[in-house]
Design a binder for this molecule. Structure first.
Ligand SMILES: Nc1ncnc2c1ncn2[C@@H]1O[C@H](COP(=O)(O)OP(=O)(O)O)[C@@H](O)[C@H]1O
Ligand SMILES: [Mg+2]
Length: 277
């Protein structure tokens, strides 16, 4: 396990020979919300076809990082590269054009529409719930084919999404995000509030997208067991910085847990020190 600490470039994209495999990287991403510094120079990289897990305490900056890379928010400083080309996102649409997709926690599906209608919802016009110009039989056929391809089974493609389980809805949201050839998918706590069976459904889907469709992914989850099952590599974010970059094969759940506990104790100590001062 490598602790990146303050050594500059520890996670920089240009590590010889591997550079061509880097599909997404960031350098020095910084973000403030008033007095709060959410991100303090995040250097991160994602290899083609890789699943990278992101862990860290609540408030560490994980969601902010995802929002910036998916064009939902804009960084105050720092750079983003997709396939080594610098990109400049002003909107979610910009990020989508670069092949980056996400599934927000509210899922943004329309519960009263069917599974296949949701897959084809024109996302630039969400809220209006308008569908594209494709014929319904064609939409049904393409939706059935795609769900079959990525091994998502729903009871009925004509079922209204509100009748599905949480796991099935999440699967439809992920399917919609990846349908149009997303190269990079960022998932912020996709398993939150899901039972074991539902989690398995999503874990299998994520694995399948990675292994069989070569989608590169960043997944945020608090459950290390899930992450160890899913990920090739894990980054720990603490107080707006990447402090650990490790291959899953080089660490263990115990080691990561210890690290987080040590960090928590350090924060408590510093908090108490501040109180005494
Ligand atoms: N829109 C916002 N306005 C003000 N503060 C925010 C906003 N979004 C996030 N923050 C703050 O930034 C820090 C990082 O938050 P977040 O990225 O949500 O952390 P995480 O996802 O790791 O729990 C927190 O202190 C949070 O309160
Ligand atoms: Mg979060």
């Amino acid at each position: 396990m490598t602790t990146t600490g303050d050594s500059p470039g520890a996670t920089s994209p240009a590590t010889d020979g591997e550079a061509e495999d880097i599909i997404l990287s960031t350098e020095g991403i910084t973000k403030r919300f008033g007095a709060v510094v959410a991100l303090r120079g995040v250097d991160m990289h994602l290899r083609r076809g890789e699943v990278l897990g992101l862990v860290g305490d609540n408030g560490a900056g994980k969601s902010t990082f995802v929002k910036i890379v998916t064009g939902f928010q804009r960084q105050d400083a720092g750079r983003i590269f997709v396939e080594r080309e610098e990109v400049d996102f002003h909107s979610v649409t910009d990020a989508r054009r670069a092949g980056i997709e996400t599934v927000y926690q509210d899922l943004a599906l329309v519960p009263q529409l069917t599974v296949y209608e949701n897959l084809f919802l024109n996302r630039e016009l969400t809220g209006l719930g308008r569908l594209g110009w494709l014929s319904r039989p064609k939409m049904r056929r393409l939706a059935t084919e795609y769900l079959h391809d990525i091994r998502v089974s729903v009871p009925d493609i004509d079922a209204e999404v509100e009748l599905l389980s949480g796991g099935q809805r999440q699967a439809i949201a992920v399917a919609r995000a990846t349908r149009q050839n997303a190269k990079i998918l960022l998932l912020d706590e996709p398993l939150a509030a899901m039972g074991a069976k539902e989690s398995t459904l999503i874990i299998d889907l994520v694995k399948d997208l990675s292994v069989n469709r070569g989608v590169s992914m960043i997944v945020i989850d608090h459950n290390y067991t899930h992450l160890f099952e899913l990920c090739d590599r894990i980054n720990v974010i603490q107080e707006g910085r990447v402090t650990v970059d490790t291959r899953v094969a080089d660490t263990s759940i115990e080691e990561l847990t210890e690290l987080m506990v040590a960090e928590y104790r350090r924060q408590v100590r510093e908090g108490q020190a501040l109180l005494r001062a």
